[in-house]
Design a protein around this ligand. Structure first.
Ligand SMILES: [Zn+2]
Ligand SMILES: [Zn+2]
Length: 344
C-alpha cells in the first residue's frame, strides 16, 4: 500500500495526510443534508457499531442478574474488573501487536516516524512509555472504569437511575443511542478544556500529555482524577431517559473509544487493500501542539472557540497567530504591572 498517494512524509519520517481534517457536517446552518447523508455511514462504521455491540454483548454475557446488581458486593465488582481488564488487554493489545510489535505496516500512515519503544524517556515510570502507560491503564483506568460501572448498574437496578425498556420506548432509546457519541464529545470537550487550565494541567493532565508520540496504550494513560472526569460521562445516564445497556455503550464509547484517537496511524491496513480510517489526526495534533483540538470534531466546538487545527498550512498559521496574540497580551500585562510597581 502506497501511503504517499494519501499524504506526504517529511525529512524526519513523519507522515501527514494531504487533506485537512474535516469536522462532522452537523451543527451547521443551513443544514447540509447531502453532506450528512454521505458522512452518516462513517458515523456508525466501524467504531460506533463496535462499541455499541460490545455493550449488548456485556449485557447478554457478562453483567450479573438484576437481583445481584441490587446489592453492592466485591464479588461481582471483581468479576467486572477482570472482564474489563481482559477486554482492554485484548482490544488495545491487538492494535499494539499489529502496529507496534509486529509492525505489520511498518511506518505507512504513521504520523510520527519514530516508535515510542525505541526511545527511553525519564518522564515515564521505569523510563518506558509503554510500561508507564500500561500500568496507569490497569491500576487506575480500568479500576475507575469498573467502579463507575458498578455504581451505575447498582443505581439502575435500584431505581435510582432510569430504566426504560426497548419494547415500550423504542424511539426514545434509539434517539439516546444515536446521541451517545455527541454526549461524549460535549463532555470530553468540557472536561478537557478544564484540565488544560494551568493548575489542573500541571497536576493532572500532564500525565496524559507525557505521550507526545501516542501509541495504543496511551489511550487511557491518565491521572486518576482525569479517569474519573473522563469516564464519568456514564453519569449522564442518571438523568437521561435511558437504561443500563445505553449506559454501558456510553462507558465503552469512552473506555474502548479512546483507542482510535491514539493509534498513531491515520489508516489501519486490513488485508491486502482495505484501509480503515482511525480519525486520529485531530487528536494527534492535540498531543503535538497541546493547545489545539480539545474535542474530536463531532461538534465543531474547537471551530467556535478558535482552537481548531485541521493539519493544513492555514490551520498552522491560525495557531501561530493565536500564540502570537497571546504572547503580546502577556507581555503587555507584564509591562503594565511593572509600570505600576515602579510608580509605587
Ligand atoms: Zn490523548
Ligand atoms: Zn490535552
Amino acid at each position: 500500500m502506497d501511503d504517499l498517494k494519501y499524504g506526504t512524509r517529511n525529512k524526519r519520517g513523519d507522515w501527514a495526510p494531504n487533506k485537512p481534517v474535516e469536522t462532522a457536517p452537523l451543527f451547521v446552518f443551513p443544514p447540509k443534508l447531502l453532506a450528512i447523508a454521505k458522512w452518516l455511514p462513517h458515523y456508525f462504521f466501524p467504531w460506533n457499531v463496535i462499541f455499541a455491540a460490545s455493550a449488548v454483548a456485556y449485557w447478554a454475557l457478562i453483567i450479573p442478574s438484576v437481583e445481584t446488581l441490587q446489592t453492592l458486593s466485591v464479588g461481582w465488582a471483581l468479576w467486572l474488573y477482570a472482564v474489563n481488564a481482559a477486554c482492554v488487554f485484548l482490544f488495545y493489545g491487538a492494535f499494539e501487536l499489529h502496529l507496534y510489535v509486529l509492525k505489520r505496516q511498518e511506518n505507512r500512515f504513521k504520523y510520527n516516524g519514530k516508535f515510542p519503544a525505541d526511545q527511553k524517556n525519564n518522564v515515564f515510570w521505569f523510563d518506558r512509555q509503554n510500561v508507564d502507560n500500561m500500568l496507569r491503564t490497569f491500576l487506575s483506568g480500568v479500576t475507575i472504569w469498573t467502579g463507575i460501572e458498578v455504581v451505575m448498574l447498582w443505581a439502575h437496578a435500584n431505581g435510582y437511575a432510569p430504566w426504560l425498556s426497548f419494547s415500550e420506548n423504542p424511539w426514545t432509546l434509539a434517539l439516546v443511542a444515536l446521541v451517545v457519541p455527541v454526549i461524549h464529545e460535549f463532555h470530553f470537550f468540557c472536561i478537557h478544556r478544564l484540565i488544560h487550565t494551568p493548575f489542573l494541567y500541571k497536576w493532572v493532565h500532564s500525565v496524559h500529555h507525557n505521550s507526545v508520540n501516542p501509541s495504543p496504550w496511551s489511550s487511557l494513560s491518565m491521572h486518576p482524577v482525569e479517569h474519573i472526569l473522563y469516564l464519568g460521562t456514564a453519569f449522564y445516564h442518571l438523568i437521561l431517559p435511558s437504561n443500563p445497556i445505553l449506559m454501558l455503550y456510553q462507558l465503552h464509547y469512552a473506555g474502548f473509544g479512546a483507542i482510535p484517537g491514539h493509534v498513531g496511524f491515520d489508516k489501519v491496513e486490513v488485508g491486502e487493500d482495505k484501509l480503515v480510517d482511525s480519525h486520529a489526526y485531530a487528536h494527534y495534533l492535540h498531543h503535538k501542539y497541546f493547545e489545539v483540538n480539545y474535542g474530536d470534531a463531532l461538534i465543531p466546538l474547537d471551530k467556535w472557540f478558535g482552537t481548531w487545527h485541521d493539519g493544513s498550512a492555514d490551520g498552522e498559521a491560525r495557531m501561530q497567530e493565536r500564540y502570537r496574540k497571546r504572547k503580546e497580551r502577556l507581555s503587555a500585562r507584564k509591562a503594565s504591572s511593572e509600570l505600576q510597581g515602579a510608580a509605587k
